[in-house]
Design a protein around this ligand. Structure first.
Ligand SMILES: [Zn+2]
Ligand SMILES: [Zn+2]
Length: 245
């Protein structure tokens, strides 16, 4: 027994010593490539809207927008607030092809999800990454949401389908638009492919950052109209409302 414990400790030490922090390049001393100080510096989202994960000043609240009009999705899981230094980490993953950064964030998101599943959040039947328009995919060369979905799928043993949702209209970059313009912009932008069979299923939409939530709302409404029993959203980060930013 003692022998086994000693062996386990040795293996643990070896695993931990092998990892280098993806952010500061110091030894990570954790079983994944992120050191404690860098992990602590991430803007962990503690108090947020129970429905859409909008950062709020206190726990167990629902934001005004969700109270006014309940979103088509049931809940949003986002470990972080979109802010320094996470914004630059996500940007390095998304715009500079630094896969290990995306990989470690996906791993931490999977830890958060595993914890929430243990606490009672229902496990979905399938993960669905937010699709990129074909032209954007050609320019960027990859879909960051699909990469996150694949990593989450492997970590959580949940199937993932990249063939159900399609972006049929090339829409202007969402970041530059107001909430109202985004909604207009998104109308008719997405559709389900003939392969999609959402009826009766609990689905989880995967994205990197949830900004106004209009993309998630559009996709969740589309899936619910096609019979999905429940739609959740898993993303890395949630932006504060413009007033809080
Ligand atoms: Zn570090
Ligand atoms: Zn809300």
């Amino acid at each position: 027994m003692n022998c086994q414990l000693a062996l386990k400790a040795l293996v643990n030490n070896w695993l931990n010593s092998e990892q280098t922090c993806s952010l500061c390049s110091e030894p990570a001393e954790q079983p994944y490539p992120l050191c404690h100080p860098c992990e602590n510096e991430l803007p962990w989202l503690i108090d947020a809207c129970q429905r859409c994960a909008l950062p709020l000043p206190a726990a167990n609240l629902t934001c005004a927008a969700c109270l006014r009009r309940a979103p088509a999705f049931t809940s949003v899981v986002a470990p972080w607030r979109y802010g320094f230094p996470l914004d630059s980490v996500i940007s390095r993953f998304k715009h500079h092809r630094q896969w290990p950064l995306g990989r470690v964030l996906a791993l931490l998101l999977s830890h958060d999800l595993r914890h929430r599943f243990e606490e009672g959040l229902p496990r979905p039947h399938l993960l669905l990454p937010v699709p990129l328009a074909r032209r954007r995919l050609r320019v960027r060369g990859f879909n960051q949401a699909a990469m996150l979905a694949r990593w989450l799928s492997a970590e959580l043993q949940l199937p993932c389908s990249e063939g159900w949702l399609t972006r049929c209209r090339d829409t202007p970059a969402q970041q530059t638009l107001s909430a109202r313009a985004r909604r207009r912009n998104l109308r008719d932008a997405f559709s389900l492919t003939p392969a999609a069979q959402p009826a009766g299923l609990h689905l989880a939409i995967i994205d990197d950052v949830l900004t106004t939530g209009s993309t998630a709302q559009t996709l969740a409404a589309l899936l619910r109209r096609a019979g999905a029993q429940r739609v959740d959203v898993y993303c890395l980060a949630r932006t504060p409302s413009p007033a809080q930013a």
